[in-house]
Design a protein around this ligand. Structure first.
Ligand SMILES: *[C@@H]1O[C@H](CO)[C@@H](O)[C@H](O)[C@H]1NC(C)=O
Ligand SMILES: *[C@@H]1O[C@H](CO)[C@@H](O)[C@H](O)[C@H]1NC(C)=O
Ligand SMILES: *[C@@H]1O[C@H](CO)[C@@H](O)[C@H](O)[C@H]1NC(C)=O
Ligand SMILES: *[C@@H]1O[C@H](CO)[C@@H](O)[C@H](O)[C@H]1NC(C)=O
Length: 214
């Protein structure tokens, strides 16, 4: 956590934005891995496994309840970004809620309208296996005056994303990423959720992946 913050501050101070970077944001491949969600107060909001389908724009995240942090929340989310819906799943009592998404921002892929911010080397670029070249993309969060900074590898694997909002800042950090979907069943709607009616979204509510951690 502290390393990540230090890295971020360092990056802001020293990163050089190259004017000749006209490239478009890349898109992540299929992925399986772990995600940790921190608040900048140092609390772990959630830790758990994710599965991401890059073509189908589907994401499953299940927080790990054996994680020892007591600031964390139990979540099991199945997001369908293209359809604009998601499910909050409770496997224990086999129930779920289906909701519409008002904002499709999430930390597994760079939004198409993100702007290139910087490129830098973490660790040492000159020692084999001791360095990682990172691209940083940034953009604003619709409707909340917030903005984000997303770091990805040259192969477009997300490393971490800062969401800086009015009220809080969140850091989503990914680890042990593998570029395949290990269990495709995780991206299908559980039988007990099929046919679930869409809940009405109360006036003024914005549902997003990020909002689930607030
Ligand atoms: C990603 O996963 C989806 C769903 O399993 C699959 O249809 C697609 O072919 C995969 N893409 C790649 C590039 O492997
Ligand atoms: C939860 O975390 C523990 C310890 O980190 C790990 O052994 C276990 O496999 C995880 N479970 C899931 C469902 O990710
Ligand atoms: C859990 O949270 C309570 C207060 O919310 C705190 O007093 C306690 O020390 C915490 N326990 C651990 C293991 O962090
Ligand atoms: C399932 O459990 C959650 C909380 O654990 C509760 O809010 C919900 O009402 C329960 N649903 C059913 C159908 O029992």
């Amino acid at each position: 956590m502290y390393a990540a913050v230090t890295l971020f501050v360092f990056m802001c101070l020293t990163a050089t934005t190259h004017a000749d970077h006209h490239h478009q944001p890349c898109h992540s491949p299929n992925m399986t891995g772990f995600m940790t969600v921190w608040t900048l107060k140092g609390d772990v909001r959630a830790f758990g496994a994710f599965t991401y389908d890059s073509m189908g724009k589907k994401l499953r995240f299940r927080s790990n309840e054996s994680s020892p942090m007591n600031t964390s929340i139990g979540l099991d989310l199945l997001m369908f970004f293209d359809e604009g819906v998601f499910y909050e799943i409770d496997s224990k009592n086999q129930s779920c809620e289906k909701k519409s998404l008002q904002c499709s921002l999430h930390p597994l892929d760079i939004p198409d309208d993100a702007a290139f911010h910087a490129a830098y080397n973490t660790g040492s670029p000159s020692i084999e296996g001791e360095g990682l070249k990172v691209n940083v993309w940034s953009g604003s969060m619709a409707g909340s005056k917030g903005h984000y900074f997303m770091s990805v590898t040259m192969g477009c694997l997300p490393i971490s994303t800062f969401y800086i909002c009015d009220s809080t800042t969140f850091l989503f950090s990914l680890s042990d990423v593998e570029t395949e979907i290990k269990d495709p069943d995780l991206l299908t709607v559980p039988s007990f959720c099929v046919g679930q009616p869409l809940e009405e979204t109360p006036e003024g509510t914005v549902n997003s992946f990020l909002n689930e951690f607030m």
